[in-house]
Design a protein around this ligand. Structure first.
Ligand code: PLP
Length: 388
């Protein structure tokens, strides 16, 4: 017997594996590691939410749902978006329940891109954005942001990156990995660009509920933007439901129809158990979200203060649950810093360049872990720095 000798997909083979996963594999083989690498809430899903799913299982609710997702859930999502952002989506034509924002992102890109279409992607950004564009046949066009500007994208830079092939702008706010929340003024200028250059905007707002005093502006709520925005959001972060795999996309009906076409052939539907839990999250999960945000805020202040005290300059993140300190003063590259910190002190953090080349000189640390862990991580970090 011999292996097939034909070349596999060159497009896929050319994309490097996720920098986060690589570290995760290393960590899983070590003991006594303080893991600040993976962006996952440390709280269990609130029991009121989980128990609703258990009740569904007991009632034998284990079937497929509509391709679009349970209508009751889509109605609840529609009410939720209306209440928070005064933006109106038709639950029957403009909302799709997806297998996390991950699937929503993939569907959005595949539904809008023709081969060679360009997508402007401000960086540092979530690790899936660039590969997602490439897998969909598009060309990612990175635009760098910097710590000096608080990692807020400059609309002038975005404009300079536009070409006749630009189809869309892909933004994630609040931002993973920097914690930056885009001010409404910036978003309004991006909206003018989108209008003026006839662009679509994919807006990943999965961290919209995890903010620490700074308001969030839903991109689709800006004048004229609902018509050109694919809004992605989900339940993984705010409700601590990463493993349930439920998210949603809200988009103009003609775009959503194409997304549903891919979804119905590839996924059929999001898991019903997760959808039942998500429905409960929207009905009764608000207090749990507030409780978790209060706790993240305590940890955020503790970690950021600690990092600055150690001389690892860190902007105050306004959203999500990551700190993105500069490690430049150590003279190490992000990669070296992370490798050595893991090997020598067993603290796992992610190299900033995993989120784009302009993330070099930074590392990402999640504070979705207990204060005790953060305290111990800072002790180890101090020891590590004192040896350099
Ligand atoms: N978008 C961002 C910015 C993320 O940080 C993540 C997960 O870390 C995702 C999307 C994926 O979320 P989901 O669990 O809904 O697929």
């Amino acid at each position: 017997m011999s292996r097939c000798q034909r070349p596999l997909s060159q497009t896929v083979a050319a994309v490097p594996p996720s920098g986060i996963r690589r570290f995760f594999e290393l960590v899983s083989q070590m003991e006594d590691v303080i893991a600040l690498g993976v962006g996952e809430p440390d709280f269990p899903t609130p029991w009121s939410i989980a128990s609703e799913a258990v009740a569904g299982l007991k009632l034998g609710r284990t079937s497929y749902t509509s391709n679009y997702g349970l209508l009751s859930l889509r109605r609840a999502i529609s009410r939720h978006l209306q209440r928070l952002y005064q933006v109106t989506y038709d639950p029957e034509k403009e909302l799709l329940v997806t297998v996390g924002v991950s699937e929503g992102l993939d569907l959005a890109l595949r539904a809008i891109l023709n081969p060679g279409d360009e997508v402007v992607v401000p960086q540092p950004c979530y690790v899936s954005y660039v590969p997602g564009v490439i897998f969909a046949g598009g060309v990612p066009v990175p635009v760098e942001t910097s710590v000096e500007r608080g990692f807020v994208v400059s609309p002038e830079q975005v404009e300079a990156a536009l070409t006749p092939r630009t189809k869309a702008l892909l933004i994630g706010h609040p931002n993973n990995p920097t914690g930056a929340v885009l001010p409404e003024t910036t978003l309004r200028t991006l909206a003018e660009l989108a209008e003026g250059h006839d662009l679509l905007v994919i807006s990943d707002e999965i961290y919209d509920r995890l903010r620490y005093g700074t308001p969030h502006c839903c991109f689709a709520s800006l004048p004229g933007m609902k018509e050109r925005t694919i809004l992605l959001n989900g339940f993984s972060k705010a409700y601590s439901m990463t493993g349930w795999r439920v998210g949603y996309a809200a988009a103009p009906a003609e775009i959503l129809a194409l997304m549903v076409k891919i979804h119905q052939y590839t996924m059929l539907c999001a898991p019903i158990t997760g959808q039942l839990a998500a429905l409960e999250a929207l009905r009764w999960g608000e207090n749990a979200v507030r409780r978790m945000v209060r706790e993240y805020d305590r940890r955020r202040r503790f970690l950021v203060q600690g990092l600055n005290r150690l001389g690892l300059e860190c902007l105050e993140p306004q959203g999500a649950f990551y700190a993105f300190p500069s490690i430049r003063r150590t003279g190490l590259s992000s990669e070296e810093f992370c490798q050595r910190l893991l090997r020598e002190e067993r603290v796992a953090v992610v190299p900033g360049n995993a989120f784009g080349p302009c993330g070099e000189g930074h590392v990402r640390m999640t504070y979705a872990t207990s204060l005790d862990h953060l305290r111990e991580a800072l002790v180890r970090l101090e020891r590590f720095l004192s040896r350099l």
